[in-house]
Design a binder for this molecule. Structure first.
Ligand code: UD1
Length: 345
């Protein structure tokens, strides 16, 4: 019998790709999602890719009774927790909504896991915990700096809650994964990122510009202290990121009877790319020029951040395999597929 894994936020961008990676590794993913920032059509894509229906519960992580029921009924043995609000700007406008949702969801999940006796948890954290790093690349022992947004703070507090619970001897085995910038889509183009409204993130903005939904990309600043003046990020293919969750879960399960465990890993490629490099690579991939112009800096942007991901390689046996070119090609294929799908009556 395969091991059932609850994927909270499993219909979202990273969650849905992780469902594929879990299934490919022989796990039985169970989606738990309130569809507040995800689309039913992702379930159709998952069905097509996997050739079978994925069990899916439409419910909120803060609904303890519903969560308890699913964890028990589905014989859940591990959890990958994605369900959270993630818009940085919105979190500045609506901080209490962010704290309530993201922290309540995690607390409720931990209570349910402890009551039912589920030990293994992979938590979605973010490289945002490093703020503006002094040294590059950042390692897991780089200082965690005061968060720049309530969203970032929910990730820091989440990590602290988990570490404290494990330190207190609670029977939990937890890995926090600090994601760098996830981009791309599954190579089938049947699932991908579905930003609601105007995208905040670079790659969906680029693909929507290329397909004609946006007039042009504004590059936020070209006067940063970087080789071409634009910001540098570590863009990681979402399927590489998805596979990191499987490696992390496998790692926890290899601990055998060891009762408590906490660890944290950077999940990035180890390679930084500037905004203009992403634009150029996208032009290569799509075979067409992209309309863009240089605009002012966006407040809160860090000039450069990229990962030292050697700890994940050493302890989890995981490393990113796909290139920026692969990720942009997949993102572009997905955008084209989605426009066709959404144009259908
Ligand atoms: C953001 C979040 C981060 C989150 C990540 C992935 C912030 C401060 N951080 O990272 O917590 O984990 O998204 O969802 O928001 N850019 C443009 N023009 C655009 C959009 C972006 O030039 O229209 C530039 C940005 O200035 C930045 C780079 O592209 O240099 C990447 O931006 P973005 O995709 O928003 O990700 P981050 O800001 O790095």
């Amino acid at each position: 019998m395969s091991v059932s894994v609850l994927v909270t936020g499993g219909a979202g961008f990273i969650g849905s790709h992780t469902v594929i990676a879990l299934a490919a590794a022989g796990y039985r993913p169970v989606v738990y999602d309130n569809f507040s920032n995800s689309h039913q059509s992702i379930l159709d894509g998952l069905r097509e890719i996997l050739g079978t229906d994925v069990p899916c519960y439409v419910a909120d992580c803060t609904d303890k009774a519903a969560l308890f029921d699913v964890v028990e009924r589905e014989h859940i043995q591990g959890v990958v927790h994605f369900a959270a609000f993630k818009a940085v700007g919105e979190s500045v406008q609506e901080p209490l909504r962010y704290y309530r949702n993201n922290l309540d969801a995690l607390l409720t999940l931990l209570e349910v896991m402890l009551e039912v006796g589920v030990h293994d948890l992979i938590f979605s954290s973010s490289c945002t915990v490093y703020g503006t790093p002094d040294h590059l690349p950042v390692t897991e022992s780089s200082p965690v700096l005061p968060a720049l947004s309530p969203y970032g703070n929910t990730k820091q507090i989440g990590e602290e809650m988990l570490r404290d619970a494990v330190t207190a001897g609670k029977p939990l085995r937890v890995i926090s994964l600090r994601y760098f910038n996830p981009i791309g889509a599954h190579s089938s183009a049947l699932i991908g990122e579905l930003p609601i409204g105007v995208p905040n993130n670079l790659v969906p903005y680029i693909t929507q510009t290329a397909i004609g939904l946006r007039p042009e990309l504004i590059v936020f600043g070209d006067d940063y202290p970087t080789p071409d003046g634009t910001c540098i990020r570590d863009y990681i293919h979402v399927m590489d990121l998805a596979e990191a969750h499987v490696s992390a879960l496998n790692n926890l399960r290899r601990l055998g009877a060891l009762a408590t465990h906490y660890d944290v890993f950077n999940i990035g490629t180890g390679r930084g790319a500037s905004v203009l490099e992403v634009v150029r690579t996208f032009e290569e991939v799509s075979g067409q020029p992209l309309r863009y112009r240089i605009g002012p800096r966006r407040s809160g942007d860090v000039p450069a951040v990229y990962a030292d991901a050697s700890k994940a390689q050493e302890h989890l046996g995981w490393t990113a395999r796909r290139t920026l070119h692969d990720a942009l090609a997949d993102a572009w294929r997905w955008e084209q597929h989605w426009q066709k799908l959404s144009a259908q009556p």
